[in-house]
Design a protein around this ligand. Structure first.
Ligand code: 13P
Length: 251
């Protein structure tokens, strides 16, 4: 089973509109017409439009960093899947550890968001990952399993193959400490096995699992070379054209 690699830039809460446009335009030129991988940019909500314009007609996809799992209504400050579709999104990051930690997002809420994303024809990128405390206490497996089971609750087999999972060990995010390729592959293999149990091994073999946490051009090749690592969810290094390109073109 060959899975097409997917490299996504999570810009988090960085930059302003002019920088967002410049970065997106720089990447359009750098990535070219036929990248060997799927490339996705996830700017802050308010710059989705700006980035959509910059990447229009190119193979680069647009993603949001979150959504609210409800149809239009009285939800002050929130953005739903229909709105994301309207501005050209094809992807949405769900359950990022920063949202889990800072905003108390739960697996139940992430599962609701997953269903809202799929109903709105968005590809969900579902994030899971253990903290340093979890890892040191030997709880990595248990934590990741609980997050996967909870976040994917109610997902049926027919739709499961289209989702993307991102394994992002919290201790490796923005810290410069990358999981070793072996550490990452161990968890990715475990996630795929679990997906096989939740769905079927055939479906699990189609689901792309990204690694995230201090991915940069210098470590991308080794990480992406692992059997069960199908892409990267990139924070800091996605904010510079050359760094992101180095990950997109890593072989
Ligand atoms: P860094 O690449 O900055 O470690 O961030 C990873 C991340 O959280 C992507 O979602």
């Amino acid at each position: 089973m060959t899975r097409r690699r997917i490299i996504a830039g999570n810009w988090k809460m960085n930059m302003r509109g002019d920088t967002a446009a410049a970065l997106a335009k720089g990447l359009v030129t750098a990535v070219g017409d036929e990248p060997a991988v799927d490339v996705v940019l996830c700017p802050p909500f308010v710059y989705l439009d700006v980035v959509a314009d910059a990447i229009a007609g190119t193979p680069i996809g647009l993603g949001a960093q979150n959504l609210y799992a409800a149809d239009d209504g009285a939800y002050t400050g929130e953005i739903n899947a229909g709105m994301l579709n309207d501005v050209g999104c094809r992807y949405v990051i769900l359950g990022h550890s920063e949202r889990r930690a800072l905003l108390g997002e739960t697996d139940d809420q992430i599962s609701e968001k997953l269903h809202a994303a799929l109903a709105g024809n968005l590809v969900p990128i579902v994030c899971v990952g253990e903290t340093l405390d979890d890892r040191e206490a030997g709880r990595t497996e248990k934590v990741v399993e609980t997050q996967i089971r909870g976040s994917l609750a109610g997902l049926d087999e027919a739709r499961a193959a289209s989702i993307v999972v991102a394994y992002e060990p919290v201790w490796a995010i923005g810290t410069g400490k990358t999981a070793t390729p072996e550490q990452a592959e161990e968890v990715h293999a475990l996630i795929r096995q679990l997906l096989g149990e939740l769905f079927t091994p055939e479906v699990a073999a189609q689901i792309r699992i990204q690694y995230g946490g201090s991915v940069k051009p210098s470590n991308a090749k080794e990480l992406l070379g692992q059997a069960n690592i199908d892409g990267a969810l990139v924070g800091g290094a996605s904010l510079k054209v050359d760094d992101f390109l180095g990950i997109v073109t890593a072989e």
